[in-house]
Design a protein around this ligand. Structure first.
Ligand code: PGA
Length: 247
């Protein structure tokens, strides 16, 4: 696992965006696994600026997203469909055929819809690069801590700390969805390269667990990245203290 420490959030995002640029430059048809939340916002802003300037050609990429809330329509401002459209798909002028964001309608067959996420993840090969944030509790995608984790895409009940953390994106009085559909651990770990970005002291517990040698625990899903051969973790100065001296 390669650790990169940058001064602050913007510098972390600049570094991460450069990694994505390098993957697309080397392979214009790259498949990118993408994340939502607060962390990737500045990364996507940079990719959009490069597209606008004509310095990177994103016209042949395909993308697959990690997760989506259950119960929000794609045009709901807090849905991850909407987030991706606003922050990346529209700015990069990607067509719907190039992108996939999971969705789940509880009135329809669950296994078909989860199967569609795995199909999108693996069809034509898994992502060349998977961009990840991490939850305060160590979740990746919406794979929440527990006695077990699920390999395939599935419906997940969100942990109380996740609901609390994500409430900041919703207007006061609006309830945060309690369930989500998420890519499973297998889909995440299948990517050719994993790029995890974490900033701010709220991520200390998760980054400490990830940086400690050896232990992998379902109670901190991000630790499963230790099983992957090509992971880069980009953290800000605030999290640098979490790393053992040996790194
Ligand atoms: P954040 O969320 O980027 O908004 O901190 C990350 C996550 O919950 O995976």
């Amino acid at each position: 696992m390669k650790w990169i420490i940058k001064e602050d959030y913007e510098a972390c995002c600049a570094y991460a965006a450069e990694q994505i640029r390098a993957v697309v430059a080397a392979k214009p048809t790259a498949k990118l696994g993408l994340a939502t939340g607060g962390t990737p916002v500045a990364i996507y802003r940079l990719l959009a600026a490069w597209h606008q300037a004509g310095s990177v050609d994103f016209s042949q990429i395909t993308t697959v997203n990690l997760d989506e809330y259950v119960g929000l329509s794609p045009d709901h401002p807090q849905s991850y469909h909407y987030f991706m459209q606003q922050h990346l798909f529209s700015p990069l002028q990607l067509t719907p055929a190039q992108t996939f964001v999971p969705s789940l309608d509880l009135a329809k067959d669950l296994s078909d819809q989860a199967g569609a996420v795995d199909e999108a993840t693996f069809a034509g090969g898994p992502p060349d690069l998977q961009l990840l944030g991490v939850g305060q509790n160590g979740h990746i995608g919406f794979n929440e801590p527990g006695d077990t984790l699920t390999a395939s895409a599935h419906l997940e009940t969100l942990a109380p700390s996740t609901l609390e953390a994500n409430a900041r994106f919703f207007v006061e009085g609006e309830s945060v969805p309690t369930q989500a559909i998420t890519m499973g651990m297998q889909g995440i770990l299948a990517a050719g390269k994993i790029l995890l970005v974490a900033c701010g002291s709220a991520k200390k517990q998760a980054i400490t667990a990830l940086s400690q040698d050896g232990a992998v625990s379902t109670h901190c899903p991000v630790t499963f990245l230790k099983l992957h051969h090509n992971v880069e973790v980009v953290i800000d100065q605030e999290l640098a203290d979490c790393l053992p001296q040996s790194l």
